[in-house]
Design a protein around this ligand. Structure first.
Ligand code: MBD
Ligand code: FE
Length: 281
């Protein structure tokens, strides 16, 4: 995957399109019937037509909207835009049949095949990585309470500048990303830094829309996680932190009360414990 030389976040959106293309094989679903395509697309178009009618959309507005759609595609921001504004509803649908730990959206910045790390570990970091040290520890169990040894806690987060490795220049590949493997008791203990709130790139078409609408572009600070074990349903989730900004107004509508943690200071470092529960596949 190429990393754009644009240090601004518009580069993030474009790289997210490449990451999505690269991972697409895994996400391809079964064939969809004509009935279902027609039902869903008709509903989408009916919604658009209703908005045009209700708000008496003009020709200049219609042409501006067309240009914006072209710009989102050319800027590679469809993964960013869709994951921010639509994915949470798809996740709600999926959550209806999911037991165990609450899930939430994946977002555009996951990269597969990161470094495998032992149960007690630090995420790959630069020697001078800025940030508040955070120890994140817990256990992975099944819904019957049995610890899952060898489970994978696949974790990624932003740095204190707000950037994700692989989606911004000048950050080493794999920085603040890793696949932590639980010990014989299903436990893990990960040393990292506290993530910071994430700002949707303000210099791309998604940011332009947010600005034009008078919305704000922020997500609360979060850790991203995929947790998996053989024979169990993978959980996609995020963890948030009490007292942080934007918890009540996440632009991506992806917070859930169960996912907000309260780190405590211990030995001069922040520590937070959280256990994951996986249901049988
Ligand atoms: C993110 O970091 C994120 O988690 C989501 C869901 C969307 C955009 C950026
Ligand atoms: Fe994120």
């Amino acid at each position: 995957m190429t990393t754009t030389q644009n240090p601004t976040a518009a580069g993030s959106g474009a790289s997210a399109t490449e990451a999505f293309r690269a991972s697409r094989q895994q996400t391809e679903g079964a064939a969809v019937s004509a009935e279902r395509v027609s039902a869903v697309v008709t509903a989408v178009l009916d919604g658009v037509r209703a908005a045009v009618r209700e708000h008496q959309v003009t020709y200049p507005e219609y042409q501006a909207a067309k240009q914006w759609l072209i710009d989102v595609g050319e800027g590679g921001e469809w993964p960013l835009f869709l994951d921010v504004f639509v994915e949470h509803v798809v996740e709600q649908n999926a959550a209806q049949t999911q037991e165990g730990t609450k899930g939430t959206i994946l977002g555009p910045y996951y990269l597969p095949d990161q470094k495998r790390l032992p149960a007690v570990t630090a995420l790959p970091m630069r020697p001078d990585e800025p940030g508040t040290p955070l120890v994140f520890a817990g256990q992975v169990r099944d819904t019957a309470g049995t610890p899952l040894a060898g489970a994978e806690v696949d974790i990624w987060q932003n740095d204190t500048a707000g950037y994700y490795s692989g989606f911004a220049p000048d950050i080493p590949e794999g920085n603040l990303r890793g696949v932590v493997v639980t010990d014989d008791h299903g436990r893990f203990e990960i040393t990292t830094i506290h993530p910071v709130p994430y700002q949707i790139p303000t210099d791309g078409p998604t940011g332009a829309l947010i600005e034009a609408a008078g919305w704000h572009p922020w997500r609360p600070a979060h850790l991203h996680l995929l947790v998996r074990a053989p024979g169990h349903r993978q959980i996609t989730t995020q963890l948030y932190f009490t007292g942080g900004e934007w918890l009540e107004s996440d632009v991506a509508t992806a917070t859930k009360p169960e996912l907000v943690l309260a780190p405590a200071e211990r030995d001069g470092r922040l520590r937070v414990d959280y256990d994951f529960v996986l249901e049988p596949a």
